[in-house]
Structures are given as structure tokens and as C-alpha cells.
Design a protein around this ligand. Structure first.
Ligand code: MN
Ligand code: MN
Length: 474
């Protein structure tokens, strides 16, 4: 008798996070696999912030979003259900679906970032050394340098030539394209290298990309291999060496994202931090008709290097766009209405977090770590060394989100990044919180975050879409 009572008590008082695969039915399982085919395509089409922004705008336009510039130019009066987007220098984008309520009442915002760790070419990158041509790089964001040697690399970027024309370059993604490569030392001669720490074994100045080895046939020329590379680039793209100074080239892992696992339960691919949240929030907003509050999907740049610069969250871009919308929708524009619209908003800061990794249990608190496959992750606080630098969301707001997720059968979990003294990180959450908005971090957990190849669970991708949509509709 007591045993039955104990079990009842346990069921009613204790709590366990659920594995989303065990919760969903056959119908939802089908949807999980379907939507992840789209997700992989999104990852493959948007390997840089520029490419991801372009793809988001393409999809948004296909779904009836009109650019803010066009709305202002044609003096269109937006109304509830109007779909509007604004493009910030081709690197960050924001989508709005105007709600039934006035903007002044606040917006439901999901904010993710489009930039990912990578190697950028320096502004004078090309050189020849002993018959080989190489490119100097300067890494972007938090990378483990040793992960970037001996893997096929692709070059993505734009060049602005002397006439001001913008030339798009992508080399290394088509099946027949050549790829690029950073060499590593053979083990036979690596005695000194192997004695170094992993942080020092490969250096930043050592991340030089091999780009060619055939000399230009002319005995008068000193750097023949370099000249031959410049000739090929000039023949194909019309660019010269000086044009590198006005180029933005990013070196990223070559190739497409793939299914991982014999059960195909996971996606492996580059740049899932944070394009997994970009994709899922995009999918969610595309499914919204006329929300009560204005729905906003915000995709920013430069998060990985501290959210500075005019395409980052710290820039005034978003605030300025909200001002434009208030100017379009209100009889009498005032800054006070803008301030109210921002302060009354609620935000999911959509970013990735490390999932529990059985290979590294020593750095993760397994009672508070998120797990891949257990759904969308709410992160109350980020930061490092005593929550330093963290937004630390209010319980009142988290309770609201908890109810939205539970009411809509969203499988979710609470998680934090690693053990207390191991380090930490940050997101764009605190920047939006400065307006007085309610903000909580809410995203997908990954394995191997910031590696050239990151892993996400397909069911988490699905739950993120479901959770984000429920948030927009609430
Ligand atoms: Mn991130
Ligand atoms: Mn990151």
C-alpha cells in the first residue's frame, strides 16, 4: 500500500525532462524529417552572413514580405497582417508581421545571429613561398585553431573592384570545384609541436591557406606561382591584387551538411551556431498569419565578435526600423511611442548552447546541462565566473514562456552552459534587455559548438520551430 502511495507521490512531485523522440507521434516524426531537409538546404545556401541574409530575404519575399524601403517610397499604409522586412547592408535582416495591437503595446521578438566562426582573408593575403601560393588569414570568432587544418575549405566572399562593382565569389562548393587546404605537420617531425598546448600547437599566423603551385611560364617573372593565381582570378572574376583590399573573403569548411547517425537523427554541418535558430525562427514567422502582437524575426551579424559594428545588435538599426514603422502607422509620431514599443516587447534571444557530451562530462553539470533530443532549451542566465555579463531573465517572464510551451505541447528543457568554474559565454540578450524588454535565451543545443562541423538533433530543430511559433501566436 505504502509502495503505491510512494510512486504516486513521486509522479506528482518530481520532474524529469522528456526525450522529444519519445513524445512525438508518427505524424510529427514525419514532419521532423521533412523540415530538416529544408534546414540542411538553408545551411548549405547560407554559409556566410551575407549569403544567409540573402536567402532569408529571398524566402521572405516569396512569402509576401515587402521591403520597408518600398513601403516608404510608395507611401503604403501598413495594417494588421502586413509583412515587412528591412535589410541592413546585406548582412542583417529583420522581418515584421504587424499585429492586431498597436506597436506601442510591444512586439514578440525572436533574435538570432547569422555570423559564424571562420577564417577571414587578410586584406593583402596572397603570397608565394618556395613555389607555393598561399593566403594569409585572420580568424573570426572563437575557434580552436587546430580544428581548421587538413580539411577541405571553400572560399566565399565579395569583392568591390575599382569601378565600385560588387563581385560575388564562391569556390569550393560545387562537386567539380577545387577546394583549399591548410597543412599540418606530419607526426614523424612533430616532436616539438606535440609538446605544445592545443592552444599553441597551431598558431593564428600559421593558418595560411594553400591556393596553388603552377608557375606562370616566363623567366623574367620572380613570383611565378603568385602571378599565375592572379591571372586565373582575373580571367574568371576580373579582379587584381589591389582588389583584395576592398574584399571580404571568408574561408569556411567545404561541402554540404549531412545526416549524422545510422538512425539519421542528427544534422552535421557548418555554421549551425546560430543558423539553426535563424532557420527555425524564420520557419516559425512564415507560419504566422495575423498575430495579436507584432511578430518580429531579427537576424543580426557580428555576435561572434562582441556584437559591435553597424550590422550588429549594438547598432541602432533595429530601433531605427521600429521608429520608421511607428511613423508609418501612427498619426503623430513621437519618440515616446518608440520607447514604449520597445519597452513593452518580449524577446526570445535565440542562440545555441552546448548539449551534454558524454566525451566531456567533466566540464558539464549533468543535472543542469541541456541534452540533444530533449527539445528547445531555455537558458535563464549565461555569463562566466558568477553570471558575469549575463542578462539573467526574470522568473515572471520565464513562467510566461513555460506556460506557452506547455500549453502547446512543445518539448523543452532548461539548461546552462557548462560547470560553474569552467568558463561561459554570452548572447545578444542583454542588449535588447537594455530597452526594458523581457528577454530570455532560448535556442537549440549543439554538440561541438564552434567546430567546423557542428551537430544538432533533428527533433530539437522541429521543437524550436514549434516553440517559436507558439511564442509568436501567444
Ligand atoms: Mn551563437
Ligand atoms: Mn557562438
Amino acid at each position: 500500500m505504502d509502495k503505491v502511495k510512494g510512486k504516486e507521490l513521486e509522479d506528482s512531485l518530481t520532474f524529469k525532462w522528456r526525450n522529444a523522440w519519445e513524445v512525438i507521434d508518427e505524424n510529427e516524426r514525419k514532419k521532423v524529417f521533412q523540415v530538416n531537409e529544408e534546414y540542411k538546404e538553408f545551411l548549405d545556401k547560407g554559409k556566410t552572413e551575407r549569403e544567409a541574409a540573402k536567402e532569408i530575404i529571398r524566402i521572405a519575399e516569396e512569402n509576401g514580405f515587402v521591403s520597408l524601403d518600398e513601403i516608404i517610397e510608395k507611401k503604403i499604409k501598413p495594417k494588421a497582417g502586413s509583412k515587412i522586412y528591412a535589410n541592413n547592408k546585406d548582412k542583417s535582416v529583420v522581418l515584421f508581421i504587424l499585429g492586431e495591437e498597436k506597436l506601442e503595446k510591444g512586439m514578440n521578438i525572436i533574435g538570432s545571429h547569422l555570423d559564424s566562426p571562420r577564417l577571414d582573408l587578410k586584406q593583402f593575403p596572397l603570397y608565394q613561398e618556395e613555389g607555393l601560393a598561399l593566403l594569409k588569414t585572420h580568424y573570426y570568432g572563437g575557434i580552436k585553431k587546430y580544428q581548421w587544418v587538413t580539411l577541405p575549405l571553400a572560399l566565399h566572399g565579395v569583392v568591390i573592384n575599382k569601378d565600385g562593382e560588387k563581385i560575388n565569389v564562391v569556390i569550393g562548393e560545387e562537386e567539380n570545384d577545387p577546394v583549399f587546404f591548410i597543412t599540418d605537420l606530419l607526426p614523424h617531425l612533430a616532436k616539438d609541436q606535440m609538446a605544445k598546448t592545443m592552444a599553441e600547437g597551431i598558431t593564428g599566423e600559421g593558418l595560411n591557406v594553400l591556393i596553388g603551385s603552377i608557375p606562370y611560364k616566363d623567366d623574367e617573372i620572380k613570383e611565378k606561382v603568385k602571378l599565375n593565381i592572379l591571372k586565373i582570378l582575373n580571367d574568371k572574376y576580373g579582379i587584381t591584387e589591389e582588389d583584395f583590399t576592398t574584399a571580404e573573403f571568408e574561408v569556411v569548411p567545404a561541402g554540404k551538411s549531412r545526416d549524422v547517425g545510422i538512425d539519421r537523427s542528427m544534422v552535421g554541418g557548418y555554421g549551425q551556431d546560430d543558423r539553426v535558430c535563424a532557420f527555425t525562427s524564420l520557419k516559425a514567422i512564415l507560419d504566422v498569419e495575423v498575430p495579436k502582437k507584432t511578430a518580429v524575426a531579427l537576424f543580426v551579424d557580428k555576435e561572434e565578435i562582441g556584437s559591435l559594428g553597424n550590422t550588429s545588435m549594438e547598432s541602432k538599426f533595429f530601433e531605427n526600423v521600429v521608429s520608421e514603422l511607428i511613423n508609418l502607422t501612427e498619426e503623430n509620431y513621437s519618440e515616446l511611442i518608440v520607447k514604449r514599443a520597445l519597452a513593452n516587447s518580449q524577446v526570445l534571444s535565440a542562440d545555441t548552447v552546448a548539449g551534454f557530451d558524454p566525451n566531456y562530462p567533466e566540464v558539464l553539470d549533468k543535472r543542469n546541462s541541456p541534452y540533444i533530443g530533449k527539445g528547445l532549451v531555455l537558458v535563464k542566465y549565461t555569463g562566466a565566473r558568477g553570471k558575469s555579463g549575463s542578462n539573467d531573465a526574470n522568473s515572471e517572464y520565464i513562467a510566461k514562456i513555460r506556460k506557452i510551451f506547455n500549453d502547446n505541447n512543445v518539448v523543452w528543457q532548461m539548461g546552462e552552459l557548462g560547470k560553474v568554474d569552467q568558463g561561459g559565454g554570452g548572447t545578444i540578450a542583454y542588449i535588447l534587455a537594455n530597452y526594458g524588454m523581457d528577454v530570455v535565451d532560448c535556442g537549440v543545443c549543439l554538440l561541438s559548438v564552434h567546430a567546423p562541423y557542428e551537430i544538432a538533433s533533428k527533433v530539437d530543430v522541429y521543437m524550436a520551430i514549434k516553440g517559436y511559433k507558439a511564442f509568436y501566436m501567444a
